[in-house]
Design a protein around this ligand. Structure first.
Ligand code: ADP
Length: 350
């Protein structure tokens, strides 16, 4: 028995101590181990997926043709320490990675972990684009305001009639800036809360009737009628203010862009487990290629047309974020010449 003890201990150790392969397979990121010659000895599933080939038993250069990474591995296996290398692949789709090479001890090879940076870089690019777009959108009315001011102080100094005209134009530019700032603030507030599910109880039929009343003046201006059709109360879990904003933005768009159809219909229905609110106009409609992009910030089918109607290009981005926060979907259908329907689907409150 005394003699057997070390053997039993050895067996217990080998079965319970994690092996290098266990560690590599447990890593959440793509990871592989190469020996001192650069041949891959271990690779986890994620690495096989990223390299799109089974690399074990082959030199790493057969599956990862990035000279800088191979040089970092050669340096690490020679005992020169670890390094990080960023690289891009073009096929089958462009992606960016960061390879981190750690030395496993002189002559013992290296551990290579890969991190997919594609999404992070995309978000960073979108953020930079957004800041550039927002600044540009604000700079345009600001430049117009400065121009009108100069005219009032210069050429129109002694001309009260011209001054009156320029002051009117300045007012409309200042209003445009205010609308933009209001929309930017709305968007940022909603984005901040997007992961928090709203908790109130809202009857969408009542919200639709409220929006019709609020927009009755605007409808008259556009010589249009807004009708509301409902099945009675349709209740969802949500924020009333935000759902008013969704239906109001959609109905305002229907008036701004679709008033030639003379009729805007707001239809509230319960469809199984879903509450559906459709805002339908009979205007010119939207060409198919624009539909998937309408909810992008600052995307407009026609920028001049949108500006002339007081648009900021943020209305549908706000709608999309509110609908996401309510765990719903926005479905847009349109046909040129036949009007558009924007439908919000939300889970019914059980
Ligand atoms: P905007 O402030 O420009 O109205 P939105 O985000 O609300 O911004 O809408 C984006 C674009 O979608 C608009 O500029 C317009 O080109 C198009 N659009 C929105 N609603 C309609 C509609 N009912 N009919 C036709 N085009 C529409």
């Amino acid at each position: 028995m005394q003699l057997l003890r070390p053997i039993i201990r050895a067996i217990t150790m080998t079965s319970t101590t994690p092996q290098p392969a266990d560690l590599v397979h447990a890593m959440p990121d793509p990871a592989l181990v190469v020996d001192a010659q650069g041949v891959v000895t271990l690779a986890n599933e994620q690495a096989i997926e990223v390299l799109e080939a089974a690399p074990v038993g082959r030199h790493l250069s057969a599956t990862l043709r990035v000279p800088a990474v191979l040089e970092a591995i050669a340096a690490a296996t020679a005992g020169e320490g670890g390094a990080s290398v960023d690289y891009e692949v073009r096929v089958p789709v462009p992606r960016s990675f960061r390879a981190h090479v750690s030395c496993l001890g002189e002559g013992k090879g290296a551990l290579v972990t890969l991190r997919d940076l594609t999404r992070e870089q995309q978000i960073e690019r979108m953020r930079a684009d957004f800041v550039a777009n927002a600044s540009h959108e604000l700079r345009t009315p600001l430049a117009a305001l400065s121009g009108f001011l100069e005219t009032i102080q210069g050429a129109a100094k002694a001309d009260p009639k011209a001054q009156e005209k320029f002051l009117g134009l300045m007012k409309s530019q200042a209003e445009r800036m205010r609308r933009l700032i209001d929309d930017l603030l709305s968007l940022s507030r909603i984005e901040m809360n997007e992961h928090v599910r709203p908790s109130g109880e809202v009857d969408l039929s009542q919200v639709a009737a409220h929006v019709r009343d609020v927009l009755s003046g605007m409808a008259r201006e556009f010589d249009c009628t807004i009708t509301v059709e409902t099945d009675g109360p349709v209740v969802v879990a949500g924020s009333r203010d935000e759902l008013v904003q969704v239906i109001q933005n959609l109905a305002e768009n229907a008036l701004k862009y679709g008033s030639s159809g003379k009729l805007v219909e707001i239809i509230v229905r319960r469809n199984g487990e879903w509450a559906e609110v459709s805002v339908r106009d009979h205007g010119p409609g939207i060409a198919e290629q624009h539909i998937p992009r309408l909810t992008e910030r600052f995307y407009r089918v026609n920028v001049q047309d949108s500006r002339a109607r007081g648009g900021t290009g943020l209305g549908l981005a706000i709608v999309k974020h509110i609908v996401n926060r309510h765990r719903g979907r926005l479905v847009i259908t349109s046909e040129l010449g036949n009007g558009s329907t924007f439908m919000m689907r939300l889970p019914v409150k059980g």
